[in-house]
Design a protein around this ligand. Structure first.
Ligand SMILES: [Zn+2]
Length: 329
């Protein structure tokens, strides 16, 4: 078993983590107080209790409430800087961070241009002061209309020279729910912007097939239910699609009883490329380093296996200097 301090010190790459879901509980409380947002808890302990999710929909409700505490460009810059500090403390050299700009625009009224400016201030600071970098995945939420989806895709395409590395898809999975968003994914694809998509987290193999066909995505967020369909496993393997697996998140939300019962080890053994990620770390009582240590303890993975997964993540990343990143690892 690889100890947590070794996991923390190991240079890493993270492909699946949400900025709003990474806000430290202390910061959530401070933002709520400063911005006059009322939350059902006023202490860190209370927030931790509030983060006990009944199901995925309940999680989304709480996630949106936390996002609602971010009201200004200064707030965005602050949470992004704090995020980068947390990544630097764990030696995460490159992170691909999902950020739901449309929620911030809707709840706080901050225009896209001001959001991307604030994020870029934090990114420049993180690179200069901390030596860590991040790329942005701007995501469409499944419940959005085609017009809203197109708006997000336009922002993402426009943001390519300002740190946006991909268009994402998140929200509550359900059969056929993403079909209407096809024009938004076509727009991204025609502009050469990569697409990544959450699927196969709470829904089965059909949901993964759907996003593969709909978006042509190169990576799948979660994808853990691929084992239900042998043909799908073959397809993922032959297409080289990489799964962004978030074990503790799945224990909290996807009905998996424990890390030891998580299918990541079996998926890895079947030859599908997997990476380890933290998703919304404070909400699931974890960090990326903890995810590595927990998997090592549960599956007997040694340092070589973990380093192999870091390398898979680097190779599947959209880092503009991918070769340089691999070199630094
Ligand atoms: Zn996610």
């Amino acid at each position: 078993m690889v100890p947590i301090d070794v996991c923390r010190a190991m240079p890493k790459v993270e492909l699946h983590v949400h900025l709003e879901g990474s806000i430290r509980p202390e910061t959530v409380l401070r933002l709520a107080e400063r911005n006059g947002v009322s939350l059902p808890a006023d202490s860190v302990e209370g927030l931790r209790e509030w983060y006990s999710f009944r199901d995925f929909r309940h999680f989304v409700e709480i996630y949106v409430a936390v996002s609602g505490c971010v009201r200004t460009p200064e707030d965005i810059e602050f949470v992004a800087r704090e995020f980068l500090v947390g990544q630097a403390e764990q030696n995460i050299l490159w992170s691909e961070v999902t950020y739901t700009a449309s929620t911030i625009a809707k709840l706080a009224g901050v225009p896209w241009d001001e959001q991307i400016d604030a994020l870029n201030r934090a990114m420049v600071w993180g690179k200069d002061e901390l030596g860590v970098e991040m790329g942005l995945i701007i995501d469409i939420v499944r419940e959005q209309s085609v017009e809203e989806g197109l708006q997000v895709a336009e922002w993402a395409v426009k943001g390519r020279d300002r740190g946006v590395v991909a268009l994402g898809l998140s929200g509550v999975e359900g059969k056929g729910l993403a079909r209407h968003l096809k024009p938004a994914f076509d727009l991204a694809r025609e502009s050469g912007l990569p697409i990544v998509s959450h699927a196969g987290e709470t829904q089965g193999a059909h949901s993964i097939w759907e996003v593969l066909e709909l978006t042509g995505c190169q990576r799948i967020g979660h994808g853990i239910r691929c084992l239900e369909d042998g043909e799908l496993v073959k397809e993922l393997r032959s297409m080289g699609v990489v799964l962004e697996v978030c074990p503790s998140s799945n224990v909290c939300l996807a009905g998996i009883p424990s890390i030891a019962a998580h299918p990541i080890a079996e998926i890895h053994e079947m030859g599908v490329a997997v990476t380890i990620n933290s998703d919304d770390p404070p909400m699931f009582g974890t960090t990326l380093s903890d995810e590595y240590a927990r998997c090592s303890a549960a599956f007997g993975w040694d340092e070589d296996v973990l380093r192999g997964m870091v390398r898979t993540a680097a190779e599947a990343s959209f880092c503009p200097d991918r070769a340089g990143l691999i070199e630094r690892l």
